[in-house]
Design a binder for this molecule. Sequence first.
Ligand code: FAD
Ligand code: FES
Length: 270
Amino acid sequence: MFKILKKEELAKSVKRLEVEAPDIVKNASCGQFVVVIADEKGERIPLTLADWDKDKGTITLIFQEVGFSTKKLGSFNVGDNIAHILGPLGHPTQVKKAGEVICIGGGVGIAEVYPVARAFKKAGNKVVGIIGARSKDILILEKEMKETCDELEITTDDGSYGRKGFVTDILKERLKDKPALVYAIGPVAMMKAVSEATRGPAIKTVVSLNPILVDATGMCGSCRCRVAGKTVFGCVDGPDFDGHEVDFEELQKRLNLFTQQEKQAMGLNK
Ligand code: FAD
Ligand code: FES
């Protein structure tokens, strides 16, 4: 059992939980994730390690309530126990001193890019953050990203905060500075657009993929993706991959595979 010590609402439908997980935190690194089963009847859902505290023995999960399991998890309160948390899983992000690193987060992906930005900064890089959301009310972790990055740029689709437009509008302007690396995490369309923007100038681009995970141990094959023309498993080979090699169309198609069942679980289409 994993006790919830703290709960916050960061934005509409985006929750942050600090959870007691002393064994998981020992080996936690940025870019890794855990599989969460909210209660004994729950399904397995992957969530990124958004933060952790090795002294306190806690991990932090930030998630958007998009369907049955994330809504159930969001209904838990301080003092409640999460039935199972498995991890840390996946390869940690490869962090080294490279020069200028642009870290891009879209939507709830900002929670996932934050520990990565922090690790690149700690490794001695100049870190430029670009974070974007549909509108101001769902933009998260601005303060944390500001404290971490040397420079932070903000976009909203509707112009309600920061610059109106997409994170890629700012990225394209910043490419003239020839960054050593671009790291992006967010919706598939965003990661695809980022990878297209950096392909021409041949700037190394790493994306963190979000295929549907089931067992997260490399056995079931549900998370398979095409990268560099080969089949890879997001759970054990990733989640980070070279953005210039990813087949994003196939990823999007596979993400839509269970739309019907997801609606049924929410009681929308019985
Ligand atoms: P559903 O109604 O079941 O699904 C809603 C959407 O989530 C659909 O688009 C579906 O394609 C996707 N999804 C459903 N089940 C899974 C699954 N088992 N694995 C992956 N995607 C699924 N979300 C966050 O909000 N915060 C995070 O830190 C985070 N980290 C992730 C890390 C990884 C490695 C991966 C693969 C996904 C991550 N996600 C994260 C996405 C999160 O796992 C899904 O939003 C969640 O599983 C949805 O479950 P649901 O029952 O609430 O919604
Ligand atoms: Fe089953 Fe990756 S989730 S192989």
